[in-house]
Write a protein that binds this ligand. Sequence first.
Ligand SMILES: Cc1ncc(COP(=O)(O)O)c(C=O)c1O
Length: 403
Amino acid sequence: MTDWTKEEDAWLLPGYAKFPFVPARAEGAWVIASDGRRYLDFYGGHAVALLGHCPPPVVKAVQEQAETLLFYSTLAYSPIRAKAARTLARLCGEPGSKVFFCNSGAEANENAMRIARLATGKKKIVATQGSFHGRTAGALAATGLAKYRKGLAGLGTDVAFVGFGDAAAAEAALARDAAGLLLEPIQSMSGALCPPAGYLQALEAACAKHGAALIFDEVQTGLGRVGAPSAAQAYGVRPGLQTFAKGLGSGVPCGAVLASPALAAKVKPGDLGSTFGGGPLACAAIEATLAEVASKKLWENAAALERLIRATFAFPGLVGIQGRGLLLGLVLDRPAKGVQQALLDAGILVGTSDAPNVLRLLPPLTIGATEVGLLKAALESCLAGQGAPRTGGSPGLAARGAA
Ligand SMILES: Cc1ncc(COP(=O)(O)O)c(C=O)c1O
């Protein structure tokens, strides 16, 4: 039988360090590997499975769209593109907000910075230390986590970094001719770090004062994850630009920039473009995904489960919980890597972060108290075992159904 792990390593350039299994299929919060083992996915397929894996309404919409019109670019009009943009703008924007569709989070951030520069006629972008905005040159230049920029000299000449949470430093940088301020309202890769009270409001005021665009990277925080349709709404702030990707299309690659009416008015034909961005297949996935988020108000479930986790996760080894909604960082008294491995052996997928002691949770917004209970039991037992890998894991959990 072909060993697909060896085959993939033979043919692909190396990227992420991989989970040691081959997902064969997935349903809801569960991934079923080729060896039959089941994994409860508290990492949400890299924060993409907003509605769980293979959500039936999205699968159906994509199937129907693929059979009707697989692709035509934005050179031509498209009802499904108009619907997807309208739904995103209604969910996360204000009357008169407009959308540009692209293919990934990095591309969305590139285009948001482009719009800020075009609209203001200025070049400099202010970004925050500890941020992550993607792997393309411009997005990487604004990424504050230095390890991702290592060896790529020449990036970031027109980016000024300030501390996350330091509104005075941000204002000082904005005063020096900045086009925009790009930040994750909650820093995910840094361990799900929430902004200090009043910080985002202060940034909104500083951007307005200095004629710069406030850009929220909502690639992880957006679309219901943090207990509101967007982090902007969760914190009561009105950014000029918001970027979305990850769960936007439930796994069909896509990204979006949502521009406020004032910034939308500055974009002229020809300023933006993308062959694949806004294609019908992606838009069918976006429309079906957002319709589910909106009709089921999934942000309310995210907020309720955060409350449940905060109320019930109290055991030795866990020293804090940070983040908001279902973007949570579990702060441990030991390195998170070993605990992640022990949970994997027990049949639960979680993420780590650039904070060595923080486990990151980004599960589907559709999970419930049962899944939270399974994570709690497994984590408590892993931490009691000092994070030692439990070979074979928990057969009870591994055998449980994908309900
Ligand atoms: C906050 C944030 N912004 C942007 C990106 C880049 O998204 P993509 O990998 O789709 O380019 C990521 C990816 O992890 C992210 O977490």
